[in-house]
Write a new protein. Structure first.
Lengths: 115, 91, 130
């Protein structure tokens, strides 16, 4: 399953709930990847201090994705670019993908959930 | 292994359609439902050959389709999900 | 063919009604629904405390009737439901809350049920947003 996470991190539980789908899938031993798209790439920003909003840190979970069987973490190159983020400066290692590579990524998985 | 992308947000207030069009493959399908059918009012934005719209949403909104589109009811919607290898709804 | 259907929208959102009509068409066309899974704000589609005005379609009630009549497996994500105040008797008791609003045949369970359903089905179709 490919999970496409499009939500900014502190706009409600949506970003965490997208991540939870990925974390729950690890137990099934199937191919599992996550793509950060649109405002979802803000989840990867370095130096976030969500304690100011009484929120738990999402990055800690993102850094542990491989432990939960998530084989790959990707970020949309275009989404990063228009938001002034550079792939090399993210809090979590994510492979930047151009549009054609994202089309190919959709094709690789049996199921996609975009939220 | 083409994907049926399903959109339900208006393209005039939301970026989902723009993002979807950026990653849409030539074999992929695009189904508009809900406020996404308002996208049909602007033909220049939608030149995709495999374009569908949910009948009830087109009717309810009195949308005059300026783009070439196949209008589908629910049984046809179900059939479409089986024509494509997977369904990706932009929630 | 076998379908897994995931609902991410509350009963008052058009996407919940769309999911219901799609699910009904799936069965009418002779296919099978292996599971309905309600996640995020979709848990509100399962709430028994939703009251629509009499001259409007009651989508929450229609979901309940549909699931009962077709004897479908309808799972509500427990973490998403607790956070949004959708509780069955057991959870209302466990957390000392005054009321339960998730009657049978809805079942509270974890996200693993979504993955299990997606694997068992030929198609996973999600409905949410507007």
């Amino acid at each position: 399953m490919l999970i496409v996470s499009r939500q900014a991190p502190w706009a409600g539980p949506a970003a965490r709930e997208a991540l939870d789908i990925a974390l729950a899938g690890g137990a099934f031993g199937l191919p599992l990847a996550i793509l950060f798209l649109d405002d979802g790439v803000f989840q990867l920003q370095q130096g976030q201090a969500p304690a100011a909003l009484e929120q738990k840190n999402l990055c800690a979970n993102l850094q542990a994705l491989d432990l939960f069987g998530v084989e790959a973490v990707y970020a949309c190159q275009h989404s990063l670019h228009v938001r002034g983020l550079a792939a090399g400066t993210l809090a979590v290692e994510a492979q930047p993908l151009a549009a054609e590579a994202i089309t190919a990524l959709f094709n690789r998985f049996d199921e996609v959930i975009t939220l | 292994m083409a994907t049926l992308h399903v959109l339900s947000h208006s393209p005039f207030t939301d970026g989902r359609l723009a993002s979807c069009l950026r990653v849409l493959g030539p074999e992929d399908g695009l189904l508009l439902c809900g406020d996404a059918v308002y996208a049909l009012a602007d033909a220049s934005a939608l030149r995709h050959p495999r374009l569908y719209a949910l009948e009830e949403d087109v009717q309810a909104r009195a949308v005059v389709a300026k783009a070439a589109v196949e209008v589908v009811d629910y049984p046809a919607f179900v059939a479409l999900t089986l024509t494509y290898a997977k369904v990706n709804s932009w929630l | 063919m076998k379908f897994a259907i995931a609902v991410f929208a509350p009963a008052h959102a058009p996407a919940s009604r769309r999911a219901l009509r799609f699910a009904q068409a799936v069965l009418a066309e002779g296919h099978e629904i292996v599971r309905l899974f309600f996640y995020q704000d979709g848990v509100h589609s399962a709430s028994a405390n939703v009251v629509f005005p009499q001259d409007e379609s009651d989508i929450a009630a229609q979901w309940h009737t549909f699931i009962q009549q077709a004897q479908l497996d309808a799972v509500v994500c427990i973490a998403a439901a607790l956070r949004r105040g959708v509780l069955d008797e057991q959870e209302a008791g466990r957390y000392g809350r005054p009321a339960a609003n998730l009657p049978e045949p809805w079942v509270l369970s974890g996200l693993g049920q979504l993955h299990e359903a997606a694997q068992a089905a030929d198609r996973l179709v999600s409905f949410g947003g507007v």
